[in-house]
Design a protein around this ligand. Structure first.
Ligand code: 15L
Length: 277
């Protein structure tokens, strides 16, 4: 399939672009930085919050045939001021969605985050149920608010324009798990590629929200919706558990241990909404 990936030079973008290319997709990259060395495929150095620049990318791609899917990975990956967050998560998504509608591109795959529901109690606590994709939005940060708002925008475009959208609530995308929390939240590099490939190719997902984690023995989140779109994770953070558990719990382990969002829930992340310093 012909796929445009935003944030293509970022940590997840690099892995996903290489992985999708290896799986036979024709991948174009978009990022604010120049093309990384060795990138195979078309490259666009563009800010995806700029609607004219985004429209020009779609015009250019369309000249060599239809685009099948957009995978939107570009965004600030952590906490920032509310205006920065809305710009990074919602405005960029809107610019891409408008261009898709204008160019009849119908599949959008979005890097949402577990922090959309980060303030939900952890399911390994007594009497706390596992977390499904129908859980009420419960962000832990402005970052989480941005992801909730972007998911709502996606839902609107699915209903209005009949797009197919997969919102991936990604856990902890890392080469390997590093903390106790990651034993539940880890998403391996290979599983990230499997997930995006499934999200791009699933027949008629409509509006699907899935949790982006590996097949972790200690997972708190429901992998059923992911499996329903053909995502079958192969890795398990449990393989690293002995090494992680041989270190003493830290203060953060205790503070973080009540909510799924972990460190993002703690006071370290509190700030005034409009403070961009
Ligand atoms: C995310 O969504 C963040 O982008 C990343 O920085 C991690 O904090 C990750 O979630 C996580 O929850 O571990």
């Amino acid at each position: 399939m012909r796929v445009l990936v935003t944030g293509a030079a970022g940590s997840i973008g690099t892995v996903v672009c290489n992985g999708l290319t290896d799986r036979g997709h024709d991948v174009s990259g978009l990022d604010r930085v120049v093309e990384p060395e060795g990138f195979v495929g078309a490259w666009f150095t563009v800010d995806c919050a700029d609607p004219d620049a985004v429209a020009a990318v779609f015009d250019a791609l369309e000249r060599s045939g239809p685009v099948d899917a957009v995978v939107h990975l570009a965004s600030i990956p952590t906490e920032a001021s509310l205006p920065e967050i809305l710009h990074s998560h919602v405005v960029t998504t809107a610019a891409l969605l408008d261009a898709m509608v204008d160019h009849a591109v119908s599949r959008f795959v979005y890097a949402s985050s577990n922090h959309a529901v980060g303030r939900t109690p952890r399911a390994d606590l007594p009497d706390v149920p596992g977390l499904g994709v129908d859980a009420a939005p419960r962000p832990d940060t402005f970052y989480g608010v941005g992801k909730v708002a972007a998911e709502a925008l996606l839902r609107l475009y699915v209903d209005r324009h009949d797009l197919d959208v997969v919102a991936m609530r990604i856990g902890s995308f890392l080469p390997q798990p590093e903390t106790r929390r990651h034993l539940a939240t880890w998403l391996s590099h290979d599983d990230a590629v499997r997930l995006v490939d499934a999200a791009v190719t699933a027949p008629d997902p409509g509006f699907a929200v899935v949790y982006g984690i590996s097949a972790n023995t200690r997972a708190w989140w429901d992998l059923g919706p992911g499996r329903a779109i053909g995502y079958h994770p192969q890795d398990d953070a449990e393989d690293f558990a002995a090494g992680i558990e041989s270190t003493a719990p830290t203060h953060d382990d205790e503070v973080e241990s009540r909510y799924v969002g972990g460190p993002f829930v703690t006071e370290r992340f509190y700030r005034p909404a409009l403070d961009s310093s």
